[in-house]
Ligand binder design. Structure first.
Ligand SMILES: Nc1nc(=O)c2c([nH]1)NC[C@@H]1CN(c3ccc(C(=O)N[C@@H](CCC(=O)O)C(=O)O)cc3)CN21
Ligand SMILES: CC(C)C(=O)C(=O)O
Ligand SMILES: [Mg+2]
Length: 325
C-alpha cells in the first residue's frame, strides 16, 4: 500500500518538461514525437469555437519546411498546402498541372515544420473526380503519407457525394466555391463569381449543401462581399474562409507569395502585400554577385586561418616536393 503514495509523489516531483523548439531533423509530426507543444493544437472544435465567438480565423498557404514553420511560429490557425504550389513554387502555368506525387512531396515538408496549426492540402486537379474510391484513396495518401489532417476540394453540388464519403471515413473536407482556379479553362479565366443574382443563389445553395454533406468549413473565393457576408450568416456550423470574399467571412486566407510580395505574376484585386520580400531578394542577390566580382566577398573575417608555424612548415614541404620532382 505504501508503494502507491510514493509513486504518486515521485510523479509529482518530475520537473515540467522544457518547451523545445522544433528540431530540424524531425521526421515525424512534432506532436507524435512526444515533445510538449508550445501552443494548443488547433482542432476542428477549436475552429468552430472561433466562429462562434466571432474571432477571425487566420489561414495562410505554405509549401515547404520554412514557410510551414513560419505559420507555426506566428500562430496561424490553419496552414494550407495549396495547389497554387504549381504556379508560385513549381513554375507551371496552372494548378491543373500539379500531380498528387508533387503535392505529397511538399505536404511532407510543411508537416515537418508544423505542430499547432490545423493542416490541410488541396486535392490536386483530377484526383477526386474519377470516382469516389479514387477520391478516398488519394485523400488517404495526403493524410497518411503527407501528414495532412484534412483536404480541400473545389466544387459545388457535383462533389457532394465525395464530401459525404470522405467525411464518413474520417477525412475532414473544406469545400471551395466561388472562383475555382482548377476550372479556369471552363470559366475562360480567373473571374469574380456570383455578381449576378442567379449565380449568387447557386453559390449560396452549394455552400449550404456542402455544409449539409459534412464539410467542416467552406472557402469562398472571389465573390462580392455582400454575398460572402450573407453565406457566412446562413451557415449553421461551418466557418467560412474568404479570399476576395470581403471582411465578414469567419476567416481569411492568402497565398504566401502574394502576401509577402514574392510572386511576380498577376496580382488579383483581393491581394494585399504585407511585405516586400521580392525587392529584398533582388537587393541581396545583386549585392552578392557585385561583391564577389569586386573581391570584397569573402572578407578576412569570413575566411579561415592556420597557425603561422604550420604555414611555414607547409611552405617548406612544398619546396621539398618541388625539388624532388
Ligand atoms: N499567386 C497566386 N495567388 C492566388 O490567389 C492563386 C494562385 N496564385 N494560383 C491558383 C489560384 C488562381 N487564383 C486567382 C488568379 C487570378 C485571379 C484574378 O486575376 N482575378 C481578377 C478578377 C477579374 C474579374 O473577374 O473582374 C482580379 O483582378 O482580381 C484570381 C484568383 C487564385 N489562386
Ligand atoms: C488560394 C487558396 C485558397 C488556394 O486554394 C491555393 O492556394 O491553392
Ligand atoms: Mg487551391
Amino acid at each position: 500500500m505504501a508503494a502507491i503514495p510514493t509513486l504518486l509523489a515521485s510523479l509529482k516531483m518530475k520537473p515540467t518538461p522544457r518547451i523545445r523548439p522544433i528540431q530540424r531533423w524531425m521526421s515525424v509530426r512534432p506532436e507524435q514525437s512526444g515533445l510538449p507543444t508550445q501552443r494548443k493544437k488547433v482542432t476542428i472544435q477549436h475552429l468552430h469555437q472561433l466562429r462562434k465567438s466571432g474571432t477571425p480565423i487566420t489561414m495562410l498557404t505554405a509549401y515547404d519546411f520554412p514557410t510551414g514553420r513560419a505559420c507555426e511560429t506566428h500562430n496561424i490557425d490553419m496552414t494550407l498546402v495549396g495547389d497554387s504550389l504549381a504556379q508560385v513554387c513549381l513554375g507551371y502555368d496552372s494548378t491543373t498541372r500539379l500531380t498528387l506525387e508533387e503535392m505529397l512531396h511538399h505536404c511532407r515538408a510543411v508537416a515537418r515544420g508544423s505542430r499547432s496549426p490545423f493542416l490541410l492540402a488541396d486535392m490536386p486537379f483530377g484526383t477526386y473526380h474519377t470516382s469516389i474510391e479514387d477520391a478516398v484513396r488519394n485523400a488517404t495518401r495526403l493524410v497518411s503519407e503527407g501528414g495532412m489532417e484534412a483536404v480541400k476540394i473545389e466544387g459545388g453540388m457535383e462533389v457532394l457525394d465525395v464530401v459525404r464519403r470522405l467525411t464518413n471515413v474520417g477525412i475532414p473536407v473544406m469545400a471551395h466555391v466561388g472562383l475555382m482556379p482548377q476550372r479556369h479553362t471552363m470559366f475562360s479565366g480567373y473571374k469574380v463569381q456570383g455578381r449576378d443574382a442567379a449565380t449568387a443563389i447557386s453559390i449560396l445553395e452549394s455552400a449550404l449543401a456542402l455544409e449539409e454533406a459534412g464539410a467542416f468549413a467552406i472557402l469562398l473565393e472571389a465573390i462580392p462581399h455582400k454575398l460572402g457576408a450573407y453565406i457566412t450568416s446562413q451557415l449553421r456550423r461551418a466557418p467560412t474562409i474568404g479570399i476576395g470574399a470581403g471582411s465578414q467571412t469567419n476567416g481569411q486566407v492568402l497565398v504566401w507569395d502574394d502576401m509577402l510580395g514574392t510572386w511576380s505574376g498577376h496580382k488579383a484585386k483581393f491581394v494585399r502585400r504585407f511585405g516586400d520580400v521580392r525587392n529584398e531578394i533582388e537587393r541581396g542577390v545583386r549585392s552578392y554577385a557585385e561583391e564577389i566580382r569586386a573581391r570584397t566577398f569573402p572578407a578576412l573575417q569570413e575566411s579561415y586561418d592556420m597557425p603561422g608555424e604550420e604555414w611555414d612548415k607547409f611552405v617548406e614541404l612544398t619546396e621539398a616536393r618541388r625539388v624532388a620532382s
